[in-house]
Design a protein around this ligand. Structure first.
Ligand code: FAQ
Length: 329
């Protein structure tokens, strides 16, 4: 249904014969596996696709701090609090590397943030779901960071140099995040019956939203074909979703938890699991701004921006003063 409503990038995709000599040479560089660097020529649509994807990714890291930040003051032990603090700080760092990578394409961080705050740019749907209790922090690390890694490991080979290099460090840190989440889930699953029930409840609520992180099914994906031709994306949304399910099923089994899907089964012929699709109507509602926490998340980011105005003004005034003094000397 969604596919009928939209035009995909592939509607505008050029075959080799329609490309200019410059565009053909660019595509040949991509096909040879060369990295594209900031000052080099690139088609405007390639640049805009990168700004959209990297910008959205950066926003996801920053908005993604909010659901977990919610539990820093209520972590059950000092050790868990220190670990969660480090993780949430890492997400801020990921946002910064990604905003820097996007800036190399000629867009400023202020402009990207303005587009986020005005609703012109998206962030990952997953962060519009609430974190109701401590088990949710385990589920986020295990499932959400697990899905993020599944998506981002191939992005280390993406064709744009600054994005691919940012991904290398981000993936290392995401691995720690995933381990800490799985550790929380392990402790809870092996704890009292009430704690195990909380872990199961968190898995029940986060399973399908985690599957949605990979984007719409391939038939409804607007950008995949062109992004894959440019090696901005390395895999399709469905390929990565399948890999995530196959990786996560044995992890849930080890925890003694049940994935909330009656149709989940091993398919010997395809060498992977059959599983139920998420509710795509819910996904598109969340994208349209109508998820459980959309207004709260965006409101928190806009407030943080407004509250920080005095600090940004101070920094600019200081820098201008310093420059003026230098000019006089
Ligand atoms: N949420 O044609 P496609 C993290 C949009 S980082 C919201 O398939 P594409 C770390 C899409 O933008 C998580 N919107 O799009 C962390 C497009 O709309 P547009 C973020 C979504 O770009 C963990 C439309 O739907 N990771 O979690 C979503 O080829 C824990 C059509 O879709 C990245 O951003 C969605 N889930 O593929 C932090 C990775 N899916 O823009 C804190 C890089 C799709 O035309 C705590 N990004 N849309 O208006 C990607 O790999 C791709 O952009 C996809 C989407 C795979 C997300």
């Amino acid at each position: 249904m969604y596919a009928q409503m939209i035009k995909t990038d592939s509607d505008h995709m050029k075959g080799a014969a329609e490309m200019s000599a410059q565009e053909r040479a660019f595509q040949e560089r991509i096909d040879r596996g060369e990295k594209i660097e900031p000052k080099e020529w690139m088609p405007e649509a390639y640049r805009n696709t990168l700004i959209r994807q990297i910008g959205q990714h950066a926003h996801s890291e920053i908005v993604g701090q909010l659901p977990e930040g919610n539990w820093i003051t209520r972590a059950p032990t000092l050790e868990r609090k220190a670990i969660l603090l480090a993780k949430v700080q890492d997400e801020a760092g990921h946002g910064l590397y990604l905003y820097c990578a996007a800036e190399t394409l000629g867009v400023s961080r202020d402009e990207l943030l303005e587009r986020l705050h005005s609703g012109k740019m998206k962030y990952s749907s997953i962060f519009n779901y609430p974190t109701l209790n401590w088990a949710d922090i385990g589920a986020i690390g295990w499932l959400v960071d697990g899905a993020a890694i599944m998506n981002q490991v191939p992005l280390q080979r993406t064709s744009y140099g600054p994005y691919s290099r940012a991904m290398i460090r981000i993936c290392k840190e995401e691995s720690f995040h995933q381990r800490q989440g799985y550790d929380i889930m392990t402790k809870m699953a092996q704890g009292t019956p009430a704690q195990k029930a909380m872990a199961q409840d968190a898995l029940n609520r986060f399973w399908y939203p985690s599957l949605m992180m990979f984007g719409p099914s391939d038939k409804d994906s607007v950008h995949s074909a062109q992004s894959m031709a440019w090696k901005i994306k390395i895999n399709t949304n469905d390929e990565l979703r399948q890999k995530f399910v196959d990786q996560t099923v044995p992890q849930a089994k080890y925890l003694g938890l049940t994935i909330p899907d009656d149709k989940l089964s091993w398919n010997e012929a395809k060498g992977g699991h059959d599983f139920s699709e998420p509710d795509w109507a819910e996904f598109f509602e969340v994208l349209a701004g109508n998820g459980p926490c959309n207004k709260e998340r965006l409101g928190a980011r806009v407030k943080a921006w407004d509250d920080g105005a005095w600090f940004r003004d101070g920094l600019t005034a200081h820098a201008q003063k310093k420059q003026a003094r230098k000019a006089v000397a």
